[in-house]
Design a protein around this ligand. Structure first.
Ligand code: SAM
Length: 505
């Protein structure tokens, strides 16, 4: 996977597109069939799936770890994964004929990685897992682990010290020209340590490793690469990477990124996009679909990166980041902004109601079934609300439901509540940011979010855009805009229905 971790050595240009020697040698080992043979040079930034693509070797991956590492699935045509054809046809069938795919930056885009640490202290392996296994494929050489005899984690035994390393790059430094910010980014390093807390017997080694890294790349070093070092304590034997306890060890506490026109604070525990620049491009497009002055609810909000009016997020660690972000918002922004620690799958109606626009940015598995159901049945809800004086759950003084009370307790409210938040209105626009094409389009096991939303005719699909967030993979990010009311004559073919889908329809 093309990593963009700052390096003392100059990196290849970010936008140009050229073939690696490995790519010229052989073109066969891709794990998926490459898209049809193209004929024109240099990919454009915004590629329409119908336009003529660049030459076959022009957009190849240059990575010695391809094939062993599970990060990338194809080595060629990074600008246009084969899945774009499928997406284009899918949207065409749903009446959207102008689906465009933005190929984004093909190299040097990654600003976030979680790498497993396995092997032994003499021969540490740090990298992604080999495909289909839990064997880490080594990427860099890590002297610190050897010098300090740090034991990598042993999954079978549950022993060892260092389990994972998360690296997040901030490109925030506005004193540097925008084009150079990625290369000069600084890394927030999080060491996931196999102990309950910093008082555990092996935690001296943790501090020693942090000091070692800081000496090599911290603020006082000639090559200043590291912004901060954090520890996360995790002893659980499940597959969850992070535990609940975090400690700041060295460097700056605050980590800022500039996305969607605002400064965003991101704690290491918060969700962060792996391709900040591509996300920024997506946000610019998204803003065009939010009518001026509308009230917006952002479900699956993380630290509030989308900058909406009412953010709902399950990870309570993101609250502090949200508060810091709000502190930096320009004073000219005069609106009610709130962040709620809540699970959108519990009583989703209370979150869906009261906004003109709902934005959803769920994890790869797609929308929670209860939220999908609420969105599908929005017309019925609207009719009921019109004919009753029922007020929205969140503002009801007599509220008893524990999850709503908990959400209220952990909420952050800036400015007074908007009138529409108190109203019974239901959204007229639904903006779906999808990082899981399969669950959005046609998950066999999970659900078909897009088709399910259209099936009740409560929504019609108005626009769809695709983004290359992960060049080298068959993963695309989709921004889809739904408006209230159905469209006649759509091909909603009902093949491959999964269990959940049947229940929901
Ligand atoms: C793909 S991330 C998007 C975050 C944010 N929009 C961003 O771009 O930084 C999905 C987020 O949904 C949150 N999440 C997952 N399940 C949730 C649920 N049931 N209710 C609320 N938030 C949830 C995760 O913690 C994560 O922060």
């Amino acid at each position: 996977m093309p990593l963009c971790l700052p390096s003392a050595r100059p990196l290849p240009p970010l936008i140009s597109c050229h073939a690696s020697p490995a790519a010229v040698r052989t073109r066969t080992p891709s794990r998926v069939t490459p898209s049809p043979s193209p004929t024109l040079p240099i990919p454009s930034i915004s590629l329409n799936p119908n336009s003529t693509p660049p030459p076959p070797l022009a957009c190849a991956l240059h990575c010695p770890h391809f094939q062993s590492c599970s990060g990338c699935t194809h080595e060629f045509d990074l600008h246009r994964p084969a899945i774009v054809d499928e997406a284009s046809e899918f949207f065409q069938n749903l009446g959207v004929s102008d689906f465009a795919f933005d190929s984004c930056k093909l190299w040097g885009w990654r600003c976030r990685a979680k790498l497993a640490v396995r092997g032994s202290s003499e021969n540490p392996l740090i990298g992604l897992y080999q495909e289909g296994t839990h064997n880490a494929v080594d990427i860099p050489e890590c002297k610190g682990i050897r010098e300090l005899s740090i034991e990598p984690y042993d999954e079978d035994e549950g022993t060892g010290d260092l389990r994972y390393v998360q690296m997040a790059v901030t490109t925030y430094d506005t004193s540097i020209p925008a084009s150079k910010r990625y290369m000069n980014g600084k890394v927030q390093v999080s060491l996931v340590w196999n102990s309950r807390n910093e008082n555990s017997p092996n935690s001296e080694k943790l501090q020693a490793l942090a000091n070692f890294l800081w000496r090599k790349g911290g603020r006082r070093n000639n090559v200043h690469l590291i912004q901060s070092i954090w520890a996360n304590f995790q002893t659980s034997t499940n597959n969850i990477i992070f535990g609940n306890r975090w400690r700041h060890l060295l460097g700056e506490i605050d980590f800022w990124e500039h996305v969607g026109g605002i400064d965003i604070s991101l704690a290491p525990s918060s969700f962060g996009q792996a391709n900040t620049r591509a996300f920024d491009v997506l946000l610019q497009k998204l803003q065009k679909y939010v009518p001026y002055g509308s009230s917006v609810t952002d479900l699956y909000a993380g630290a509030g990166v989308i900058g909406s009016v009412r953010c709902v997020e399950i990870n309570k660690e993101s609250k502090l980041s949200f508060e810091k972000t709000v502190d930096r918002l320009p004073r000219s922004i005069d609106s009610s902004i709130s962040w709620h620690h809540a699970d959108t799958s519990k009583d989703p109606l209370s979150w869906v109601r009261g906004s003109d626009v709902v934005i959803v940015d769920p994890p790869r598995k797609g929308l929670d079934p209860s939220l999908l159901e609420a969105l599908q049945n929005i017309s019925t809800i609207e009719r009921k609300a019109e004919s009753s004086f029922e007020s929205p759950c969140l503002n009801d003084k007599d509220e008893k439901r524990p999850w709503i009370l908990r959400a209220r307790e952990a909420s952050v409210q800036i400015g007074s509540k908007t009138t529409s938040e108190d109203s019974k209105s239901v959204p007229q626009t639904l903006i779906y940011i999808s990082c899981g094409w399969e669950s959005f389009k046609e998950g066999v096991i999970i659900q078909q979010d897009c088709r399910s939303l259209l099936s009740t005719k409560a929504w019609r699909l108005e626009k769809a855009h695709g983004y290359n967030f992960f060049p080298g993979t068959q993963s695309i990010e989709v921004l889809a805009v739904f408006k209230r009311g159905g469209k006649v004559g759509l091909k909603l073919n009902k093949k491959k229905t999964g269990k959940k889908k049947k229940k929901l329809l």
